[in-house]
Design a protein around this ligand. Structure first.
Ligand code: FO1
Length: 307
């Protein structure tokens, strides 16, 4: 499964209940990564880790449930800007990750160690060990992803998205192999531009997914023209696409044989199919675990014989 943060993690919660979690490999986005205070934070990997190991703050969708901001408040009191919210327990993870990275281990090995220590049963791989950063052009110029997303509240119209470092990035060990060997490749209901594209931008990954097109199922993050979370709908519009499941189908038509669309979008199924994808209608809004489980089961069924 190619996954960004919150939408991907919610889907995965259901997926690991309908298949053996040890059979699941997650290729995670690292374009959102940042280094506040010199610490390496990987928000999307962490959202998956926290969600699948039962630690997530379900209200926010990210961070650790019950976490406290004492370190951050102290930093603010001492004059730090501290606009990126980091709880005390979350900081502990970033300290551990940063120390391991500084000792020379690559990100995939560090992620595997953290995942094992936290009890993750699935395999979580960063798309790349190399530095890749999502850069966003808004009125006034280009900013790094978290400045756009968190600091400025993803309120600016986006005219361009670029993945700094992508050209020379290599897929992390295991990524291409997992895609090639998968029974089904799922593209999560994550934002296509800022969660999935930075994964596909790593040379080799897009081709590996396209080579499995018949077994690739994308789940639309757009329902009735709206994103359930975040700026996907606005980005479809400002980047020149139709703000609908048809716009999503256009983005994924060379990669995915099937697009799962919401019941509300059933009338658009014929237009999706005219683009050369099979449209499968399901309840895609994951309001609870039952809904995530049902969506995961239907998505897998759409991608091939039941595992
Ligand atoms: N999202 C916010 O809206 N504000 C924050 O201050 C914030 C801090 C944060 C810290 C750790 C982490 O793992 C995630 C965090 N997120 C925060 C979420 C994150 O920035 C975004 O949801 C993703 O990067 C988009 O996929």
């Amino acid at each position: 499964m190619l996954a960004g943060g919150v939408g991907g993690a919610r889907f995965l919660q259901g997926l690991v209940e309908v298949v053996d979690p040890t059979a699941v490999t997650i290729v995670g986005n690292v374009g959102d990564d940042l280094e506040p205070y010199g610490l390496h934070v990987s928000p999307d990997l962490d959202t998956v880790l926290y969600t699948l190991t039962g630690r997530i703050d379900a209200d926010k969708g990210w961070g650790v449930r019950g976490d406290t901001p004492r370190a951050l408040e102290q930093a603010r009191a001492l004059g730090a800007e501290a606009w990126f919210w980091l709880g005390d327990l979350d900081l502990g993870l970033h300290l551990a990750r940063t120390e391991m990275l500084r000792s020379g281990r690559p990100l995939h090995a560090v992620t595997a160690r953290l995942a094992a220590a936290m009890g993750l049963e699935a395999t979580l791989l960063p798309a790349t060990d190399d530095r890749l950063r999502t850069m966003v052009t808004i009125p006034g110029g280009e900013v790094d992803f978290q400045t756009y997303y968190v600091r400025r509240g993803h309120a600016d119209p986006v005219s361009r998205i670029r993945f700094d470092g992508a050209e020379s990035a290599r897929p992390a060990p295991g990524v291409l192999e997992a895609i090639a060997a998968a029974d089904v490749v799922v593209i999560a209901p994550s934002n296509p531009f800022i969660s999935i594209d930075p994964i596909l931008a790593v040379p080799g990954i897009r081709d590996a997914v396209a080579a499995r097109r018949e077994r690739v199922v994308a789940v639309s993050p757009i329902v009735a023209g709206r994103a359930l979370r975040g700026p996907a709908a606005g980005m479809l519009e400002t980047l020149g696409h139709e703000t609908s499941v048809v716009g999503v189908a256009e983005l994924y038509r060379s990669l995915a044989g099937t697009l799962v669309i919401d019941e509300e979008d059933a009338p658009a199924a014929a237009r999706v199919e005219r683009l050369g994808l099979r449209a499968r209608v399901a309840a895609t809004v994951m309001a609870n675990l039952d809904a995530s489980r049902a969506l995961a089961a239907q998505t897998l069924a759409a991608g091939g014989p039941a595992p």
